[in-house]
Design a protein around this ligand. Structure first.
Ligand code: C2E
Ligand code: MG
Ligand code: MG
Ligand code: MG
Length: 295
């Protein structure tokens, strides 16, 4: 709009406007570059998945694994999903990217199951657009059939913002859960949606957001919120897990409040697949070694 452009020029003065437009250009340039690079990321095999263990604190058993995508950019190094997922969402690349992650995560978990690893589920994050994509259930069924992973070993992580319209979300969630897929509510407590949907929708698990855990040892308000979420989950007969546990002190508070399930750097950072295998198969390998020395 010409009027607004004029106004900008007058308001900022000539130099101010040039400065602004220079910054904007640089920012846009960089974004367009990333967008173009991202288009080639899948065909060029640059995406990979890290896996973060979910642990039961009382016996340190691994009870699940969350798949977290990474992008090994050819010149910029590893780029975090916080940077490229929003670009993928804006450009519509999220469908292709999301499908790739889902298939890779299911394939990997099935391979671990087949190799004698523990029969635990894989959690995969869904973006809002994926959640609302038509025939979501059919396309997930296809991936499960193709990879051979049984539906009860797939857990989809969704967020509160996807629950804004309970009529739509209940339809989608009922289809997914009827097929045996589990639903986990990620970043719980940070959204703006009403709590009333919790009793209406088939949700298996609440994931307490990291922002409530960070200061929990000093902040009584955070402690109260976390303790309330845990009680609520128990009343609603839902599973509950806390994310972002980094210290023993944080872990102790969670355990005191009857939350046994933990995900965080304290137990493990997200790991490449072969390092997860070391954890999964260490007991098996140990047995094999003993058998060898027995002979
Ligand atoms: P999220 O689903 O809430 O995943 C947890 C994030 O917290 C991960 O960051 C993980 O590395 C980090 N984290 C775990 N434990 C700790 C801890 O103790 N301390 C701290 N400071 N951080 C911890 P990451 O991998 O960078 O992923 C960021 C977000 O990107 C994810 O948040 C998720 O929303 C999104 N994302 C990741 N992978 C995918 C994907 O395949 N599809 C979609 N749609 N989104 C994804
Ligand atoms: Mg998640
Ligand atoms: Mg989260
Ligand atoms: Mg998140």
């Amino acid at each position: 709009n010409a009027d607004t452009a004029m106004y900008e020029v007058k308001k900022n003065g000539k130099n101010g406007f040039q400065f602004y437009s220079h910054e904007l250009n640089e920012h846009l340039q960089e974004k367009i570059e990333l967008e173009n690079d991202l288009r080639k990321a899948i065909p060029n095999d640059e995406l990979f998945v890290y896996y973060q263990p979910q642990i039961r604190a009382e016996d340190s058993q691994m009870i699940g694994v969350e798949a977290l995508v990474r992008w090994g950019h050819p010149t910029k190094g590893t780029i975090s999903p916080g940077v490229f997922i929003p670009i993928a969402e804006e450009t519509g690349m999220i469908y292709e990217l999301g499908t790739w992650v889902l298939r890779e995560a299911c394939r990997q978990m099935k391979q671990w199951h087949d190799a004698g690893g523990p029969l635990i589920p894989i959690s995969v994050n869904l973006s809002t657009q994926q959640f609302h994509q038509t025939h979501l259930i059919d396309y997930i069924k296809d991936i499960l059939e193709e990879t051979g992973l049984e539906p009860q070993y797939l857990e989809l992580e969704i967020t509160e913002s996807m629950m804004m319209d309970p009529t739509i979300s209940s339809h989608i969630l009922n289809e997914l859960t009827a097929y045996g897929i589990r639903i986990s509510l990620d970043d719980f407590g940070t959204g703006y949606s009403s709590l009333s949907y919790l009793k209406l929708l088939p949700i298996h698990k609440l994931k307490i957001d990291r922002s409530f855990i960070r200061d929990i040892t000093e902040n009584d308000n955070d402690k109260a919120i976390v303790s309330t979420i845990i009680s609520m989950a128990q009343y609603l007969k839902m599973d509950v897990i806390a994310e972002g546990i980094e210290t023993k002190e944080q872990l102790d508070i969670l355990m005191d409040n009857d939350c046994q399930k933990i995900q965080g750097y304290y137990f493990s950072r997200p790991l490449p697949a072969d390092e997860v295998e070391d954890v999964f198969f260490a007991p098996l390998r140990l047995k094999e070694k003993r058998r060898l020395t027995d002979v």
